[in-house]
Design a protein around this ligand. Structure first.
Ligand code: GUN
Ligand code: FE
Length: 420
């Protein structure tokens, strides 16, 4: 057992930033057992760590990103989704057939993610099993807690990046290698998106998810041309994009699922997402860069959908979840202007809650500083960001998200373990 002393700021409810100054967390085996504003007599002899920063926030949860696209961050911003994938993304991902390339790129990725505000993440790799296991080795060593998907895709890409009839066998072998090997790095079933997968492949993935009881991640309703393609050419009989995944057992219900984007959902699709408890990963920076549009996040929140936040690199150009939280707020303001309706604006506490407690719940009891929750924390020092008066703690957190970078994070704990 251990006591951590500091000022703890979290978002227990959607529109509430809670500040507890000078408190103590009692942590045992990575889990918060109690929260005190003094040290009770019976714990007086326990070791106490006073956290080095000025305050602590929960580690952030990146619900959607592509480790294999790190090298393309910040370039190739001239195309929409489908031509962008064909021209830039698929050729880059094909390079991960080389284990040497994968080793080098994934070392960069794991280091960058470790230093970032992210504690937990849902990550896409590529179709290559060996490279994906290399990524998992590195993430396991980092101490971060992640789901990692070997991507599945067998049509409509480039020949070097399409799986053949060995896809089912390879994916099963990948899952068996991964489920036994790691503690903090777990496999997740990852159909790239509907246009990339034949019915046969989606069907096999549904079976594997069921057999190994694995969660699912993919993309949904991101771009208008993508949606039209799914509807008119690929699955004309489906009631909506999400219904295609659902028909293969890849869309929530007992299958924990996260879908990135949901920019242009139909009413029926929103209902399906809610009914099946599917998590959405809102990726505002990516939606700007690829001219995808603005997802109506405030509406989703009001309707009780589970909305988390993702960086979606390299659609998004920044790995920082600080930035992804602010982008969520910023794009909601553009939507407010377009709709002439300020009620669609996402507030700072709402975006913070999405990136901590909602995203965290994909991983269990994660994302706030309460009894029974895993201890994931960023200790923050905001000295260099303050000009004049520091302001309230609520303002100081907001300033760190808008102006801060990795330098503001002086220590990071994930599942009770200090990573730096
Ligand atoms: N849809 C299918 N693949 C991708 C991808 O790699 N990035 C984004 N943003 N959308 C996708
Ligand atoms: Fe993506």
């Amino acid at each position: 057992m251990h006591l951590y002393h500091g000022t703890f700021i979290d978002a227990p409810a959607q529109d509430e930033l809670r500040v507890r100054k000078d408190h103590y967390l009692l942590v045992e085996e990575g889990v918060i057992k109690a929260v005190f504003h003094y040290v009770p007599e019976k714990y007086a002899t326990l070791p106490v760590t006073t956290l080095a920063g000025t305050f602590c926030i929960p580690g952030l949860v990146d619900l959607h990103l592509h480790a294999s696209q790190l090298a393309l961050c910040g370039i190739n911003m001239d195309l929409e989704l489908l031509p962008w994938l064909q021209s830039y993304i698929f050729p880059e991902e094909a390079r991960f057939a080389s284990e040497e390339y994968a080793d080098q790129l994934y070392a960069h990725f794991s280091n960058a993610l470790l230093k970032s505000p992210t504690a937990r993440a849902c990550i896409f790799a590529t179709i290559h099993s060996k490279a994906t296991l290399l990524l998992m080795d590195k993430l396991e060593k980092s101490g971060l807690i992640t789901y990692v998907g070997k991507v599945n895709m067998n049509q409509n890409a480039i020949p070097e990046l399409e799986e053949d009839d060995r896809a089912a066998r390879d994916t099963r072998a990948f899952i068996e290698a991964a489920v036994e090997k790691y503690q903090h790095t777990l496999p997740i079933i990852t159909p790239r998106f509907v246009p990339s997968c034949t019915k046969e492949l989606l069907s096999v993935l549904g079976e594997l998810a069921e057999e190994y009881d694995l969660p699912v991640q993919s993309h949904i309703s991101e771009n208008k041309r993508e949606i039209a393609w799914v509807k008119e050419l690929l699955f004309p009989q489906a009631s909506c994009y999400g219904a295609v995944y659902a028909s293969f057992g890849l869309f929530g219900g007992k299958r924990k699922t996260v879908m990135a984007h949901a920019v242009h959902c139909t009413e029926a699709e929103i209902d399906l997402i809610r009914e099946r408890g599917v998590y959405l990963a809102h990726c505002a920076d990516s939606n700007i860069n690829l001219a995808s549009g603005i997802a109506p996040i405030q509406r989703y929140l009001k309707e009780g959908l589970r909305v988390g936040i993702g960086t979606d690199i390299a659609g998004g150009s920044q790995l920082s979840m600080f930035r992804a939280v602010c982008d969520t707020i910023r794009v909601s303001k553009l939507l407010a202007e377009r709709m002439d309706d300020t009620s669609v604006i996402v507030t700072f506490p709402e975006a913070f809650h999405a990136a901590t407690k909602t995203g965290g719940s994909f991983f269990g009891k994660v994302g706030i500083f309460d009894e029974g929750y895993e201890f994931d924390a960023l200790s923050i020092n905001d000295d260099t960001l303050i000009i004049g008066s520091p302001g309230t703690f609520e303002q100081r957190v907001e300033r760190v998200f808008y102006l801060g970078n990795n330098e503001a994070i002086v220590s990071k704990f994930v599942g009770g373990k200090q990573l730096f």
